[in-house]
Design a binder for this molecule. Structure first.
Ligand code: FHN
Length: 609
């Protein structure tokens, strides 16, 4: 491990090769471990990014640096020298910090666990560490130990506590991974840093603050497996019930994680426990300009989508330099929380949906029950579950047990929804089955009610077409991930989706893709059983980030391709194929939207889940 990582980190961030910093995010563990099952059952946790960087809030010496606030000292952002950064501590006095208020917020939000940054990449300990002077208790006028206060408040309220710890990067520690400490040509002694800071600090954290639910390590990069193993062993030795996330590195975590800000499109099938991490706005740490607050509905829907794919969500807040969580985050979390807690039976302890996502919402399961989370009420008032593999005994509103009329003809369940009060977030319906709810197949349902999202991940591909993920940063550090159908080696290559058409008719096809200049003008066919839509791909242009030190990438565009007809109902294939031999090249298809065409010019593209 050497300090040359200074420059190479920028390069890795620049190239979008975050996998190199995240390390192997998989884990071999499966949910049959009771502690892991509990972890998945909890479903929803609060992530807190709070440190010295929070005092800057995304600005340094009068200049705003857009991106993730906790990276502000990095050369790719403000490039703050180590001594100037450390000097910030003498003015860090977050007197607004109120552990009880934060725990109450988490509870109101419906969260079961809080994971807070004890030490981020900048090396500052947000707890009373005896092995460093760069700590909130020694270097600031605040002097209090916020972690002690938070641990006490969590214990009082029955909220689990987890700790984020940056085990590899430590920018202000001379021997830390990726150190910025001068001189730049010095070869740091990573083993010394690991033995003298990481191990003692983790020991302090795991022996001085009561039961710790999990340790959330981050950015292991190329850290040797022996270091990752020592961390796992240390955690398990000091607190046998404490979990370790996958970013401990080298595939040694107790559970798996998706990339930053990435929500699952398909249910993982390896039997492992999965966590997704996202933020209430865009930055992890407080940034004064970042007002991209997610609405209460977006938060609740994300949680349902994550639960419906069998995973757990951890959603972040970034308290400011005074210790206050921005009001907008509190409002969104609390309003979403009212709904989440009110529908807890259909969220906590649930299993994944046997179906892919529907145009109207998603499903979770528990025992013999299927829960339908309806985000958009079908205009017809009729909701159809095709491919139902279980016998339905009853259908009721979850909130008040009021029965809802339904019929079942073999695998087709039709539910006639009565009028209900307009719910800002959604309505949950409980479908009690005889035995565990099962689906006969996993076709995507084109129901004639709302636009159906048909993602690349659900396609089957022939030779020459592959599924490939593209990851990029919007500004700095805010990762986006998108799976794509790409390569298209020959006009015989195709991708196909199995769909079940419940309502025959005309549908508008909207495509989201990225297209290279060389493939501009390539012709394509989308074939249903009864029709084919021919369209031409348009160049989507480049996002030219070169000026900001990041790799340029193809932009995505949503393009209306035209109308396609489904004359008959039932299961069929939807096939996408190039139709000329020379120009199809580099087109990256992310998804189709199949939107019922009612001749009224509907063109509103629903927000992506
Ligand atoms: O570099 C960090 C980043 O600051 C933030 O802590 C996120 C949260 O998942 N993890 C790293 C990047 O993936």
């Amino acid at each position: 491990m050497t300090s040359s990582a200074n420059k190479s980190d920028v390069a890795k961030q620049s190239a979008g090769e975050m996998d190199e910093l995240w390390g192997d995010q998989s884990s071999t563990a499966t949910c049959d471990n009771p502690r892991l099952q509990r972890f998945v059952d909890e479903k929803y946790a609060m992530f807190i990014h709070w440190g010295l960087y929070s005092t800057l809030g995304g600005a340094w010496k009068g200049k705003t640096h857009y991106g993730i606030g906790e990276w502000i000292m990095h050369p790719a952002m403000a490039g703050i020298p180590v001594d100037e950064y450390k000097a910030l501590a003498k003015d860090f006095n977050p007197v607004g910090f109120d552990a009880k208020k934060i725990v109450k917020l988490a509870k109101d939000a419906g969260m079961r666990c809080i994971v807070i940054t004890s030490k981020h990449h900048e090396g500052f300990a947000m707890f009373d560490s005896k092995v460093s002077d760069f700590t909130i208790t020694k270097a600031t006028p605040f002097k209090r130990d916020p972690l002690r206060e938070l641990a006490d408040a969590c214990a009082e309220e029955g909220i689990a506590l987890g700790l984020y710890y940056s085990q590899n990067m430590d920018w202000t520690e001379p021997d830390g991974g990726s150190t910025f400490c001068p001189p730049a040509d010095r070869d740091p002694d990573f083993a010394r840093y690991f033995d003298d800071k990481v191990v003692p600090q983790l020991t302090e954290l795991l022996t001085g603050y009561g039961p710790i639910d999990l340790v959330w390590f981050d950015t292991p990069g190329g850290m040797a497996a022996s270091y990752s193993q020592r961390l796992v062993d240390l955690v398990h030795e000091l607190q046998p019930d404490c979990l370790v996330n996958s970013r401990v590195g080298n595939g040694l975590g107790d559970y798996s994680g998706l990339g930053d800000m990435e929500l699952p499109t398909k249910t993982p099938t390896d039997g492992g426990a999965y966590e997704c991490v996202d933020t209430t706005n865009n930055s992890w740490a407080y940034a004064y300009y970042d007002t991209h607050w997610k609405s209460p509905a977006r938060i609740a829907h994300s949680l349902v989508r994550v639960a419906a794919r069998g995973c757990r969500l951890m959603l972040n807040v970034g308290p400011d330099g005074n210790g206050d969580i921005p009001e907008e985050a509190c409002t969104s979390l609390t309003e979403a929380g009212d709904w989440i807690r009110g529908h807890g039976e259909a969220i906590y302890g649930t299993g994944p949906s046997p179906f892919p996502p529907f145009s109207w919402g998603d499903c979770t399961t528990k025992g013999d029950n299927l829960y339908l989370h309806i985000f958009r009420r079908p205009a017809s008032g009729r909701l159809t579950l095709a491919a139902m593999g279980s016998i339905v005994k009853s259908v009721t509103f979850l909130r008040n047990d009021v029965p809802i009329p339904f019929t079942q003809k073999r695998d087709l369940v039709t539910i006639d929804l009565p009028e209900w009060e307009r719910a800002a977030i959604g309505t949950v319906i409980q479908v009690a089955c005889k035995g565990e709810p099962k689906a006969l197949h996993e076709e995507l349902i084109i129901d004639g009610e709302h636009a159906l999202n048909v993602p690349a991940e659900y396609a089957q591909t022939t030779h020459g077409v592959s599924l490939e993920e593209l990851r990029w940063m919007e500004t700095f550090g805010e990762w986006k991930a998108q799976q794509n159908l790409k390569d298209w080696e020959s006009p015989d290559s195709y991708a196909s989706w199995q769909v079940d058409v419940l309502e025959a008719g005309l549908y508008l096809v909207i495509l989201e893709y990225a297209c290279d200049v060389a493939a501009e003008g390539s012709e394509w066919l989308l074939k249903s059983a009864d029709d084919q839509l021919q369209f031409v791909a348009l160049e989507t242009g480049m996002s030219d980030h070169a000026a900001h030190g990041r790799r340029s990438r193809l932009r995505y565009r949503e393009v209306r391709a035209g109308l396609i007809r489904f004359d008959s109902t039932g299961c069929q294939e939807l096939r996408l194929t190039p139709c000329n031999a020379d120009t199809f090249g580099d087109v990256w298809f992310a998804r189709l939207l199949i939107d019922p065409w009612r001749g009224n010019g509907r063109a509103v593209i629903p927000a992506r889940p």
